[in-house]
Design a protein around this ligand. Structure first.
Ligand code: SAH
Length: 377
């Protein structure tokens, strides 16, 4: 049985032509039924003939994530806890704002990167999400919102900033993003789909050649010693190596900016010296890609979670930090904290991760085989 949510347009066309021996345009009809009208049975696809529907019953299925519960926040944010195979659960969060609606999507069950200030890290790593499980989050949110592409579009942006490191699940993330950007899928503009990474350098280069989306990089510190502590992946790809990759990305996507996320933690990375060093890094980036405002800083007040040793920076320190950046001529908006009453704010997504020890070992083996990141916890 083929779950149709696993396939992007190309895959679906191939499935229709090669497996079902049908015309390509049939794939397009079905794609619209699935992603525009949120239908899960072939019976409902009334513009398909009976014979084709019967064939589809036999070879295909439409399996969407199971909503364990969903919860609105007082500020309009909405969180879904979605059940995945093996008793795991992941979270997706919808954040409405003036003129746009952003869905924050997870890419893995747990995360292997161990960033010390992120609550997903405390869960350890279980496994990558499949394409169906990634696009399924968009499907669930779009259905809930009554989203109709080209008409009532409540879902305008997707950020791969939920649980997990999207670039460690490259193929499934890229395939799911292709459905997000497809007119037969969710019709989002390239710029409105963002991959956020802790800095997996080889995969940033691969992304530059294989997909047209916006890039956000979780920087959090302008000095290697500090970044080593906050984002252990920095020991493998230090700031200079990471900035080089960001420059290559921006040069390849002419005219596109890169966003640098910076979570502000009291007394850790929120002092004037940090702001000045960050401004220098950003200027250097603009200079190398020869574009003003090529680097955008996104300041995020730290969101606490049980057991964390960090605290949110004071309002005064946040203002002073931002002022240094603004005075240096940099775009550096402060991300408003949304959904923290339902634990849906950045870094608060935890889901539910079971049976992670075995999976962790498997994942580590796989990564080593790829010659990739070898410092997995
Ligand atoms: N692994 C990817 C995507 C997930 S994190 C990445 O690292 O970019 C999404 C964003 O939330 C990142 O910028 C991350 O650093 C930030 N974040 C993590 N924990 C946080 C916390 N406790 N408070 C505020 N932001 C946090």
């Amino acid at each position: 049985m083929q779950n149709l949510l696993e396939l992007d347009r190309e895959g679906l066309e191939r499935f229709f032509v090669e497996v079902l021996d049908e015309k390509r345009f049939r794939a397009h009809q079905v794609m619209k039924w699935v992603h525009h009208r949120h239908v899960t049975t072939f019976e409902e696809m009334t513009d398909l003939g009976k014979a084709l529907r019967a064939k589809l019953e036999q070879h295909a299925e439409i399996v969407v994530p199971n909503t364990l519960f969903d919860k609105p926040s007082v500020d309009g944010t909405h969180k879904w806890l979605l059940g995945m195979d093996g008793g795991n659960a992941i979270e997706a969060v919808y954040i409405p704002d003036k003129g746009r609606g952003t869905l924050c999507v997870s890419s893995q069950v747990g995360c292997a990167l161990n960033c010390t200030f992120c609550s997903t890290a405390t869960q350890g790593f279980n496994r990558n999400l499949s394409t169906a499980e990634i696009i399924g989050q968009v499907w669930v949110a779009a259905r809930h919102l009554g989203n109709v592409p080209h008409r009532e579009r409540r879902l305008t942006n997707v950020v791969m900033m939920g649980m997990g490191e999207p670039l460690m699940n490259f193929d499934n993330v890229v395939r799911a993003m292709s459905v997000m950007r497809d007119d037969l899928g969710y019709g989002l503009a390239n710029k409105r789909v963002t991959v956020s990474t802790a800095g997996l350098v080889p995969m940033i280069d691969r992304l530059a050649t294989e997909s047209d989306v916006s890039l956000a990089v979780s920087l959090h510190a302008p000095f290697d010693a500090l970044r080593n502590e906050l984002v252990p992946l920095n020991k493998k790809y230090d700031i200079e190596t990471l900035m080089d990759a960001c420059v290559r990305y921006a040069l390849r996507k002419k005219g596109e900016s890169v966003t640098f996320e910076y979570t502000l933690m009291r007394g850790v990375n929120d002092q004037i010296e940090h702001a000045r060093a960050l401004a220098r890094l950003m200027h250097e980036f603009d200079r190398r890609v020869q574009m003003k405002d090529a680097a955008k800083v996104n300041l995020i007040p730290f969101n606490p979670f049980p057991g964390t040793r960090y605290e949110r920076s004071s309002a005064d320190d946040i203002r002073a930090f931002q002022k240094v950046l603004n005075n240096a001529g940099l775009v550096a908006p402060l991300r408003r904290t949304r959904g923290d009453d339902i634990d849906a704010a950045c870094g608060q997504l935890k889901g539910q991760v079971l049976d992670r020890t075995r999976r962790q070992a498997e994942h580590k083996k796989r990564l080593e085989a790829q010659g990739g990141f070898d410092a997995v916890a």
